[in-house]
Ligand binder design. Structure first.
Ligand code: FAD
Ligand code: 2HG
Ligand code: ZN
Length: 493
């Protein structure tokens, strides 16, 4: 499948040579360079983890990883690579799910992992300015004593970097409440391919001085420059958070339930997340959170996790209990039952059943992941149709596809369709694509709601973007990166 991952740009790019390593050794200490080339010569297995993605699906052949500590070092590296036409892949926590963080060929990997300091924090405004390589969880821990939280939360929080979150415009579990990073990121520092430093690291809430350039880097997946600093608005820690998992007899109840929950919980609703029965079973099987009591799951076709975050515990609990009572007391109840967390440990355990599905799936087998925006009413149909489609191709059995499951962010209209197989096989890919992309296009949906295009979907961009849009994207790319060194083969073919 080499053609799928090749890019027009990469063919004109040069490989790293010993002369390049000599130059990098003048900028960085030797401990910040991993290379199989002289004069460094690290063992090649040190490179393996940087060359392979989280799913073990995408593999690059980079000979060299550079770990700068300062923006100035990033600038000097990029200036050199641009002059030498060497491809560059920025890498954060390497948790991306679309093959964007590993090279398609032998590009240099710039790992941001050594740029991990908080630069400034204002507990009054809640504005945090941090190096791009700070791990999301460490930032959450940093602002916690100031009674603030990060506006973003996701299952990969223990490894992903804030720079990677911005580069992918990651959505996650708090988007319903705090909106996307396009709103909460106030400023960025970015090193452009020619080495110049774009300092837009402002902390202003309001700044209407022409084009908002930083927005272009949010979701650009490292194709326009290397993000080195992020200024982000952190919201106050909610005084009270509760959650409940609701068991539904039928998927058809999800939409009316969402309407009811929104109406009754109004301002305290902070998450409304969906897992189908298969996703739930896999989460339980692989120890992600404690299984719900069996009596609560009998006859459940799917589950909804509802979270509330508000200002007063008694008020929020009362509202949540009222909701449960009215749901269960209805003539035709939309839910079979609800399991309410009673302690911080139970709160985390309920969340783990939803948040841990990705981890569970990776323990079960190899996952084909489609992260799509389609109308909420069609979530189940899309999952069921995909399963039947694979069955009709003779691929639904132990040696090929084991599970087809759906979960995701109902409030954001974002379905995670996962196909779990024994191994990545070309016949499965051929059965899934363009099938799924055509389904998405028929709904005028998006082929990537939150994970991005990476290397995986460059060939499919046209299912969600018009020719005019793609042409404009190419022109923008050419303005920032005329030599095509930045993350070649990603986003644009
Ligand atoms: P990487 O994987 O290292 O890189 C991702 C992309 O960003 C690559 O294209 C890379 O080149 C680019 N990049 C990274 N750092 C920089 C930088 N400093 N400058 C320029 N470009 C850069 N995603 C969601 O949206 N929502 C979720 O809920 C979610 N949950 C997840 C749960 C799990 C268990 C896992 C494994 C992944 C999940 N993801 C989710 C996907 C992934 O974690 C996010 O996309 C995350 O934001 C990637 O951050 P990272 O630091 O690991 O970036
Ligand atoms: C989630 O919402 C993440 O859990 C990951 O976006 C989804 O693994 C996936 O497909
Ligand atoms: Zn998600």
């Amino acid at each position: 499948r080499a053609a799928r991952y090749s890019s027009t740009g990469t063919s004109q790019l040069n490989s790293v040579t010993e002369q390049d390593i000599e130059y990098f050794s003048k900028i960085l200490p030797k401990t910040s360079i991993i290379s199989t080339l002289a004069p460094i010569s690290s063992p090649s297995d040190e490179l393996n983890s940087f060359n392979s993605d989280w799913m073990g699906r995408f593999h690059g052949r980079s000979t060299t990883v550079l770990k700068p500590k300062t923006t100035r070092q990033v600038s000097e590296i990029l200036k050199w690579c641009n002059e030498r036409r060497i491809g560059v892949v920025p890498q954060g926590g390497n948790t991306g799910l679309v093959g964007g963080s590993v090279p398609v060929h032998d590009e240099v990997i710039i790992s941001l992992s050594n740029m991990n300091n908080v630069r400034n924090y204002d507990p009054v405004s809640g504005v945090l300015v941090a190096d791009a390589g700070c791990i999301l969880q460490s930032l959450t821990d940093y602002v916690a004593p100031h009674n603030h939280i990060m506006p973003i939360d996701l299952g990969a929080k223990g490894s992903c970097h804030i720079g990677g979150n911005v580069a992918t415009n990651a959505g996650g579990l708090r988007l319903l409440r705090y909106g996307s990073l396009h709103g909460s990121v106030l400023g960025l520092e970015v090193v452009l391919p020619d080495g110049s430093i774009l300092d837009q690291l402002t902390t202003l809430r309001k700044d209407n001085t022409g084009y908002d350039l930083k927005q272009l880097f949010i979701g650009a997946e490292g194709t326009l420059g290397v993000i080195t600093g992020v200024s982000i608005l952190t919201p106050p820690q909610p005084q009270a958070s509760n959650n409940v998992i609701l068991s539904l007899p039928s998927f058809d109840n999800v939409l009316p339930l969402y309407q009811t929950v929104k109406r009754q919980l109004s301002e305290i609703l902070s998450a409304f997340e969906f897992i189908d029965r298969t996703a739930y079973n896999l989460a339980v099987k692989h120890g992600q959170g404690r299984a719900l009591p069996e009596s609560e799951t009998v006859g459940a076709e799917c589950f909804i996790l509802v979270e509330t975050s508000g200002g007063r515990r008694e008020h929020d609990s009362e509202k949540l209990l009222d909701l449960l009572e009215s749901l269960l007391g209805a003539d035709k109840p939309l839910i079979n039952s609800g399991v309410l967390s009673q302690s911080p440990a139970e709160f985390s355990s309920l969340w783990a059943l939803r948040e841990g599905v990705t981890e569970a799936v990776s323990k079960e087998g190899k996952a084909y992941k489609y992260d799509i925006s389609v109308p909420l009413a069609s979530f189940k149909q899309v999952v069921d149709d995909t399963r039947e489609h694979l069955r009709s191709k003779g691929l639904l059995h132990d040696k090929a596809v084991k599970y087809v499951l759906g979960y995701g962010h109902v409030g954001d209209g974002n379905l995670h369709l996962n196909i779990v197989a024994d191994a990545y096989l070309p016949e499965i890919t051929d059965a899934l694509e363009p099938y799924i992309y055509e389904v998405v296009a028929s709904h005028r949906g998006s082929i990537s709601a939150e994970h991005g295009i990476g290397a995986m979907k460059t060939h499919a961009l046209h299912y969600s973007k018009s020719d005019v849009s793609i042409e404009l994207m190419k022109k923008i790319k050419a303005v920032f990166d005329p030599k095509g060194i930045m993350n070649p083969g990603k986003v644009l073919e």
